[in-house]
Design a protein around this ligand. Structure first.
Ligand code: SF4
Ligand code: SF4
Length: 82
């Protein structure tokens, strides 16, 4: 999963970019739900939120490091949910 750092200026640019609806407003910074972030595996080659962020506040979460296989599995679970 990726995470949003305290550099976030709450501009909202990333939220619409997320195919998994993993990004939400937080207080005071935006937040990524680690149960929904597949690092865009299943959709794109690169995490689409990262490029949208004007202050580079979206980084890999050191507490939620996942393999591509784990991210694919999460993607499939999220598909089944819908
Ligand atoms: Fe959403 Fe992809 Fe960003 Fe994860 S990396 S929060 S899935 S846009
Ligand atoms: Fe925060 Fe960056 Fe998302 Fe804007 S794009 S809300 S600064 S994480």
């Amino acid at each position: 999963s990726l995470m949003i750092t305290e550099e976030c200026i709450a501009c909202d640019a990333c939220r619409e970019e997320c195919p998994n609806e993993a990004i939400d407003e937080g207080d005071p910074t935006y937040m990524i739900d680690p149960d929904r972030c597949t690092e865009c595996v299943g959709y794109y080659d690169e995490p689409s939120c990262v490029g949208a962020c004007p202050v580079d506040a979206i980084i890999p979460d050191p507490d939620n490091v996942e393999s591509v296989e784990e991210l694919k599995y999460k993607f499939e679970q999220l598909q089944n949910e819908e």
